[in-house]
Design a protein around this ligand. Structure first.
Ligand code: AGP
Length: 608
């Protein structure tokens, strides 16, 4: 998703800006640009490709001086129109007096554009954002604020905008509807900032004003006012945990590898204050107190992408352990279903970013129907975490890397804790098993450390498989989430095609694809289905298929083995998932892929 940034102040903005864009780049990075207005002159710099290209371009353009200057900037993830300089923001009016940046999608931009074309406006790009710049020009009320307030209600769907205009040289307007936008100013009001997310701002400020839908910030000189639905309001700042937001790569080659190696610490953070390992039980504080107020007999999980792989595990754990009915809904499809809200159902949403539009929509619908909603979120202060009755943070810290790793492991751990909560409440509690799972959970960070020591061994296997073009990722029972998640990681960064499939489904058709050039990765810890997985290997080998077995046992009939440390059946997904992440990482790295900026992807998808 795009990243937008605004700055008003006297600092030498080129450094500030390039620093921001680098911090925002993980949101979307097929082109970047900025425009600066300094009362007497306006400078526009843009480039297709990474922020580093822009840095080079901007070095000789910008001069530091003692006057206030007004900057708006953008990194782009294309929604409308190709990755070209023309479609690369900034978008400006035909008279080149109004400039804007935009994160979001204007769904009715076509009819708005047609009405402007009928008035002889010309368009240089295919984007929805340019239409808004021309709309402001066409509706000009000799005042930027008045005109913006007049135009906004005509726009349908999601946006965060920053506007500047030559007619009002000492003003910037920031406005939010659906897409995230935060605002803050330094105590001496010498520096005022806008940003699409808190993480990029954590490097300078400690307090943030989170804007809600229909809120607008109007900066004039270095003073600002906030409006909510056109009425002036005052909003207080919130303290942010800077340390957890500052993400460094340390000496790791990629953010992905750094975040994979962070997982033992992340799990200990997820456990903190939630599990009493001494007495082998849960600490029933915080989120559970809210849940304790109600009786639930069903859990419905709703999410997208990696997050929905995580809740698949949730349904198995809830049904197998807690004996609780649960089902899953793909968030992006959910709102098109005739949802019948049930009073004794808890609707659990899962999101790393807390900004995924496909998930927010059904949430708002369920809330409008007084449904019980619960969120498992990673980003503190995100739109979603401020929308629900009760939630649990996954405490994975800032996840910079586009494709999720540590947040997935933190999500499945949080879901297992939620399962233990419901299991405790249910009559069928099998206390001995419950205590065994808590005992084993305490060991998991150490077991993951053991696995991470095998990273170079896994790289040797990746060397063997990197030249194949298609793969099956096979699973049974709890390994379902791991196979789907590993297949997604594999695709996201290696650009090799892979498909996750239940092992026994092979013989119902997909076996036709198997041959010597179509390997299968099978996740098969020594659980109660181990023998069945061995027969699936025979099925594949009988068709010259090659097998990469991920197991705590060496499988002689497999072509390649990734041996993982032992644990118990219910907690193997923590280990096999990380083995899947390392297989994907090393394969992509050996294929020289740009791992930290996988093509066509963005970290949080804030448009539908
Ligand atoms: C995962 O690697 C991707 N980044 C993507 O599938 C992601 O999981 C999905 O967009 C949901 O995002 P969320 O967890 O932030 O809601």
């Amino acid at each position: 998703m795009c990243g937008i940034f605004g700055y008003v102040g006297k600092q030498n903005a080129s450094k500030v800006l390039i620093h921001w864009l680098e911090k925002l780049e993980y949101r979307g990075y097929d082109s970047a640009w900025f425009v600066v207005w300094n009362t007497s002159w306006l400078q526009l710099v843009k480039s297709v490709g990474k922020v580093s290209y822009l840095t080079a371009k901007s070095e000789n353009t910008l001069v530091a001086d003692e006057t206030f200057s007004y900057w708006i900037a953008h990194t782009r993830w294309a929604t409308h129109g190709w990755v070209t300089e023309n479609n690369c923001h900034p978008h400006y009016s035909e008279n080149e007096k109004i400039y804007l940046v935009h994160n979001g999608i204007i769904e009715n931009y076509k009819e708005l554009k047609d009405s402007l074309v009928a008035k002889w406006y010309k368009f240089y790009s295919e984007t929805d954002s340019e239409v808004v710049a021309k709309l402001i020009e066409d509706s000009w009320e000799w005042n930027l604020l008045k005109t913006v307030e007049k135009v906004l209600p005509t726009l349908e769907w999601a946006y965060a905008f920053l506007f500047i205009s030559k007619e009002n040289p000492d003003e910037i307007i920031g406005v939010k509807y659906w897409s995230p936008l935060v605002f803050w100013y330094s105590n001496d009001k010498k520096d005022l900032y806008f940003s699409s997310d808190t993480q990029a701002l954590a490097w300078v400020v400690e307090n943030i004003i989170f804007l809600d839908d229909w809120e607008l910030v109007h900066i004039k000189s270095s003073d600002y006012t906030i409006k909510s639905e056109w009425k002036l309001v005052s909003k207080s700042a919130e303290k942010i945990d800077v340390a957890s937001l500052k993400a460094e790569k340390w000496d790791f080659k990629h953010f992905m590898l750094k975040e994979i190696f962070e997982q033992p610490k992340v799990l200990n953070d997820v456990f903190r204050w939630r599990i009493d390992f001494e007495n082998l039980k849960l600490n029933k504080a915080g989120s559970f107190e809210e849940l304790d107020k109600f009786e639930f007999d069903k859990v419905v999980f709703v999410a997208c992408g990696t997050s929905y792989h995580a809740w698949w595990l949730g349904t198995y754990w809830l049904q197998d352990l807690a004996g609780m009915d649960s089902s899953v809904e793909v968030a992006s499809e959910y709102e098109y279903k005739n949802i019948r809200v049930e009073a004794k159902t808890l609707y659990v949403f899962i999101s790393q970013s807390g900004e995924t539009a496909d998930s927010i929509e059904p949430l708002k619908y369920l809330k409008s129907k007084w449904a019980h909603t619960f969120w498992i979120v990673n980003v503190v202060g995100s739109t979603i975490s401020r929308l629900t009755d009760s939630w649990m943070f996954t405490r994975a810290g800032t996840e910079v890397w586009v494709a999720s790793t540590k947040a997935f492991t933190a999500q499945i751990c949080t879901i297992l804790i939620l399962t233990l909560y419901f299991w405790e409440k249910n009559w069928n509690l099998w206390r001995q098993k419950y205590r065994q799972i808590i005992q084993e959970l305490q060991k998991i960070p150490g077991i993951i450390d053991e696995l991470l020591k095998e990273s170079e061994e896994i790289r040797k296997v990746a060397q063997e498989i990197k030249d194949y073009k298609q793969f099956f990722f096979l699973w049974r029972h709890l390994e379902l989430a791991v196979a789907y998640e590993s297949s997604l990681k594999f695709k996201e960064i290696s650009y090799l095609n892979s498909q996750a499939l239940p092992s026994w489904e092979l013989k119902h058709g997909s076996l036709a694809l198997v041959d010597k050039d179509f390997p299968s990765v099978i996740f098969m810890p020594s659980d109660f289905l181990y023998e069945k997985n061995l027969s699936s290997i025979q099925e594949v080998k009988a068709r010259n298929g090659k097998i990469l077995a991920v197991s705590n046992k060496k499988i002689d009939s497999a072509t390649w083995n990734v041996i993982i440390p032992e644990t118990i059946e219910e907690t193997y997904p923590f280990i096999t998932a990380i083995a899947g992440q390392l297989i994907a990482y090393h394969t992509a790295d050996l294929l020289w892929r740009d791992i930290d900026k996988p093509r066509n992807l963005a970290k949080s998808v804030t448009v539908k």
